[in-house]
Write a new protein. Structure first.
Length: 261
DNA sequence: ATGGCACGGCGCCCGTGA
């Protein structure tokens, strides 16, 4: 079973990119973030026509998340909100597939360190982990995928000195992420690529950032150990960032030794 | 030190992204 995650920055702009990529890479389940569309305007047809099913949770203008998956796969127990957290923004989808509990999340950017949105971001990280702690143990197969809007380590930013305590690389954000690692999550990309540098998932549209590779690795797979042990690979595919009118993010995917029944 | 690009919205500028 191969799972992908991709912040596509408008699903109405990027439908053809998504179909091309999941076809090329044989992705079974794709989690997408920043669909930027309310539910009654979601472009369902372009996916169903190609043999995929979609579930989505959107709002007007901002945010929005969706799961696009091969119609032969059984997705179960879908939920669209975090327990005990009154969130008005469309950022969250939970589902189960083949015994794996999957949390697909578009974490808030934080906007600015001094902004109330930064506190909202930290609160969001806490709320998701609290939900997970109540429902699972670290011995369960639990996966979080999505746009975390935090680069975990020094090698995940183009210049750690410049980025130090800036948005997406702030000590408070690292503390939030650390609570996930402390509970038992692992950064699956780094399991397979522990020392690889200059590999990112997001580059600013401005300043020719992609050409200069001034990026951040903020789109992640977090896996519990049992799930890490079932993984064959975890890779970032930067090629779609070169396509015409691209998202500012590149997709990430992982393959697991889990047969589809 | 600032802005730069891209997106959607009752749109011809603005809020947001990170």
């Amino acid at each position: 079973m191969r799972i992908g995650t991709w912040n596509i920055n408008s699903i109405r702009k990027r439908g053809s990119h998504i179909l091309r990529w999941i076809g090329d890479k044989k992705i079974d389940i794709l989690a997408v973030q920043e669909t930027k569309v309310e539910d009654d305007k979601f472009p369902i047809d372009i996916f169903t026509k190609s043999g995929y099913s979609v579930i989505f949770c959107g709002e007007k203008h901002f945010n929005g998340v969706a799961i696009i998956y091969n119609s032969a796969i059984k997705i179960e127990n879908i939920e669209y909100s975090i327990d005990s957290f009154d969130d008005e923004e469309a950022r969250f989808i939970y589902f189960e597939v083949e015994g794996v509990s999957v949390y697909s999340i578009y974490y808030p950017s934080g906007t600015d360190i001094d902004s109330p949105r930064f506190q909202y971001k930290l609160t969001y990280f806490t709320a998701v982990l609290e939900m997970i702690k109540k429902r699972h143990t670290p011995k369960d197969k639990v996966l979080i995928v999505g746009d975390f809007n935090i680069a975990p380590f020094d090698i995940d930013v183009y210049n750690p000195k410049v980025m130090k305590n800036k948005l997406s690389f702030h000590q408070d954000e690292h503390k939030a992420l650390e609570t996930y690692f402390d509970w038992g999550f692992e950064d699956l990309f780094r399991v397979f690529h522990p020392t690889e540098t200059d590999i990112f998932t997001w580059w600013d549209y401005r300043k020719m950032s992609f050409n200069r590779n001034l990026g951040l690795r903020i789109d992640l797979f977090l896996t519990t150990r049992v799930l890490t042990d079932l993984a064959f690979d975890c890779n970032i595919d930067i090629k779609p960032r070169r396509w015409e009118s691209p998202s500012d993010h590149a997709p990430v995917y992982a393959t697991f030794n889990i047969p589809i029944s």
